[in-house]
Design a protein around this ligand. Structure first.
Ligand code: HEC
Ligand code: HEC
Ligand code: HEC
Ligand code: HEC
Ligand code: HEC
Ligand code: HEC
Ligand code: HEC
Length: 241
């Protein structure tokens, strides 16, 4: 095709869009609302909150936070509002930028739009490390996903709302929710070979994270030496274990 013909072709395409409506027409309302608006995708927020929930008015994150105060304490507890909002909007297929709801001054603060709250002071690299985890939180199938589904946010394990590179989680934190150890060991005691218990063995007290990885495939360490042991599959591990 010659250049002039190409130009004509492109013009014709453009014109047909304006005349017929189609994509251009559909995109118009979206272009008008502000960058931070929920209305880009939800005409009525009352339609996406749990059944029996009080009606919700508004079109930004403040619409939720008037009644639900943000919690930056990083306590070992559920927070279904946080897991619900993050799992629906960020991660694979999620097209919403963090800054639709958050504010960020690199190295100084990370908060929420129109709210006086700061979850920490991540640098650019630290925010990137978190974003990487958020991106696979819903779908990795690892320990993080199992907790997200159950309403446990990052801070529920990490102890502070902002996790950093090199972070890990101490046994005592896991046991705040899964303990005491004796109870856990009782639960996982195999009926056929009671001493092949992942939570009570000759290894003594070892880190939970030797086997249970936060953001990678979990693996039962015992099997590295005892290749013939048949042990119950570890949650968040590979299907073929
Ligand atoms: C780019 C489009 C888009 C924008 C913008 C958007 N959402 Fe959503 N939202 C979705 C989609 C898609 C789902 C359904 C996801 C699913 O089913 O997992 C959803 C689900 C939800 C849910 C249900 C979550 C749950 O627990 O299952 C709530 C609540 C919600 N959105 C609130 C908001 C609020 C508040 C805003 C503005 C701060 C907002 N959304 C902005 C696309 C959007
Ligand atoms: C008018 C006050 C009000 C507003 C505004 C509001 N909520 Fe709620 N919400 C409640 C009440 C009351 C409950 C039930 C008690 C509770 O669990 O806190 C609740 C419960 C919830 C729960 C279940 C919590 C759980 O632990 O199971 C979710 C999820 C939720 N709200 C999400 C939202 C989202 C998302 C928004 C904004 C789009 C929002 N709410 C706006 C009052 C409100
Ligand atoms: C749809 C709105 C929305 C989007 C998009 C969103 N957040 Fe949030 N985020 C919230 C709300 C609301 C809270 C406060 C929840 C609370 O404390 O109850 C929060 C809290 C947090 C926390 C602290 C809570 C904890 O302990 O885990 C972190 C960290 C965070 N967000 C990171 C991110 C990152 C990174 C992104 C982008 C990948 C993102 N958020 C995108 C609404 C959003
Ligand atoms: C079930 C507990 C748990 C939850 C929930 C959890 N993490 Fe982690 N996280 C861990 C553990 C354990 C590690 C240590 C590395 C590993 O085992 O994968 C870790 C490590 C990290 C690291 C450091 C990675 C590195 O390369 O050094 C970051 C960053 C992180 N988590 C962010 C997050 C974010 C963001 C969330 C929420 C979306 C989250 N975590 C939720 C347990 C958890
Ligand atoms: C704030 C509480 C809390 C903390 C902290 C916590 N968990 Fe959990 N965990 C839960 C809840 C709730 C579930 C989902 C319900 C269930 O299966 O018990 C869960 C699920 C799990 C599962 C999957 C169970 C299954 O059968 O699918 C494993 C494995 C697990 N947690 C291990 C850990 C480890 C290891 C740590 C520490 C790195 C940890 N948890 C920290 C609350 C917590
Ligand atoms: C040597 C590897 C290993 C270590 C270390 C380990 N686990 Fe496990 N864990 C497993 C295996 C394998 C399973 C699956 C077996 C089962 O559920 O009976 C499991 C299951 C679990 C479950 C799910 C139990 C259920 O039935 O709901 C939880 C919760 C859990 N572990 C928490 C922990 C905590 C907390 C620690 C540290 C105090 C820990 N694990 C240390 C291998 C390990
Ligand atoms: C670093 C290698 C190693 C790891 C990891 C390991 N073991 Fe062992 N285990 C041994 C050795 C060596 C013996 C003693 C020689 C033998 O009898 O095989 C042993 C003996 C045993 C025995 C008694 C003998 C038998 O074969 O029945 C049991 C039961 C056992 N281990 C369970 C476990 C469990 C459960 C785990 C994980 C929580 C584990 N081991 C992790 C090396 C390991």
């Amino acid at each position: 095709m010659k250049k002039s013909m190409l130009t004509l072709f492109a013009l014709a395409c453009l014109l047909s869009h304006y005349v017929v409506g189609g994509p251009v027409e559909a995109a118009k309302p979206a272009a008008k609302v502000s960058k931070t608006s929920c209305a880009t995708c939800h005409t009525d927020l009352s339609a996406v909150v749990p059944k029996g929930h009080p009606p919700v008015k508004g079109s930004d994150i403040a619409a939720c936070l008037g009644c639900h105060k943000p919690d930056a304490s990083g306590k070992a507890a559920k927070n279904r509002i946080s897991t619900g909002l993050h799992r629906a909007h960020v991660g694979e297929g999620g097209k919403v930028d963090c800054m639709m709801c958050h504010t960020w001054k690199p190295g100084k603060s990370f908060g929420l739009q129109d709210q006086k709250v700061s979850f920490g002071s991540p640098t650019k690299d630290e925010l990137e490390a978190m974003k990487k985890v958020f991106a696979s939180w819903k779908s990795s199938g690892y320990t993080d996903t199992l907790h997200g589904k159950a309403g446990i946010v990052c801070g529920g394990c990490h102890g502070s709302a902002m996790a950093r590179e090199g972070d890990t989680v101490e046994n005592s934190r896991c046991l705040e929710c899964h303990g005491p150890m004796e109870k856990l060991a009782k639960k996982s005691e195999p009926q056929d070979f009671p001493d092949r218990n992942p939570h009570k063995s000759h290894l003594g007290e070892i880190a939970c994270t030797v086997c249970h990885k936060g953001h990678a495939e979990s693996k039962t360490y015992c099997i590295e030496c005892h290749k013939l042991f048949k042990m119950k599959k570890i949650p968040g591990g590979s299907a073929s274990q």
